[in-house]
Design a protein around this ligand. Structure first.
Ligand code: SAM
Length: 214
């Protein structure tokens, strides 16, 4: 079966199973070919709902997990967004479908993975800024952000990221100190600088490694 029909079936499944809830997220999944972000040896499995290796011990997350994170991120056009953990670039391309051209910076720590994300994102229909570095320090050049999305497991919410968020902005992250078990957390910045946290269930991500990570 061709990738296009497999993609349409995956989106239908994610809607039926309750992972995709909004029009914005559905349209983003329909628009982005996941097979372009998957290494050639795994391409045939691009539309199976599972994480896949992308090299250096890292992964492109399962589509259902990506959908959950996009839904809780509550994205809309024009939101200034930072993603930590570019990985394959797939999630970045999905986010960019919603926030639009030049509204997303994505940071990757591992150089070869960063090069891969940069290459893959050349074919994304929206313009994304891809940066190599330690995302736990944030990216002050484009701060403050409406949304900061961490796609790796954080022991705590990194201080620089909390500082680089606007009041009313949302910091989305898998949070937990135990390997293989985190809680998907959305922290909303309050006018006094404190955070109100909402938790959305268990998840398992590779670790966020850096000055304010593991
Ligand atoms: N969003 C990615 C995608 O769509 O393919 C999947 C991300 S993968 C689960 C987590 C990524 O976070 C890995 O590529 C890893 O190298 C990266 N990472 C870990 N710590 C980081 C840090 N401090 N700064 C930036 N990237 C980091």
């Amino acid at each position: 079966m061709e990738f296009e029909s497999l993609r349409a079936r995956m989106v239908e499944r994610l809607v039926d199973e309750g992972y995709i809830l909004t029009e914005n997220v559905r349209r983003a999944f329909e628009a982005v070919p996941r097979e372009r972000f998957v290494p050639s040896e795994y391409r045939a499995r691009s539309y199976v709902d599972m994480p896949l290796p992308i090299g250096e011990g890292q992964t492109i997350s399962a589509p259902s997990m990506v959908a959950i994170m996009l839904e809780v991120s509550d994205l809309s056009e024009g939101l200034n967004t930072l993603e930590i953990g570019a990985g394959s670039g797939y999630n970045a391309c999905l986010i960019a479908q919603i926030v639009g051209d030049d509204h997303l910076v994505t940071i990757e720590r591992i150089h070869t993975v960063y090069m891969q994300a940069k290459e893959n994102l050349k074919r994304c229909s929206k313009v994304v800024d891809v940066v190599h570095g330690d995302g736990t320090e944030g990216w002050p050049a484009k701060a403050p952000y409406d949304r900061i999305i961490i796609t790796a497991a954080a022991p705590d919410l990194p201080k620089p990221l909390k500082e680089q968020l606007k009041v009313g902005g949302k910091l989305i992250a898998p949070v937990g100190k135990t390997a293989g078990f985190q809680t998907l957390t959305v922290a909303i910045k309050q006018p006094d600088g404190s955070f109100k946290e909402k938790r959305f269930g268990a998840c398992a991500f590779v670790p966020l490694i850096g000055t304010y990570g593991f």
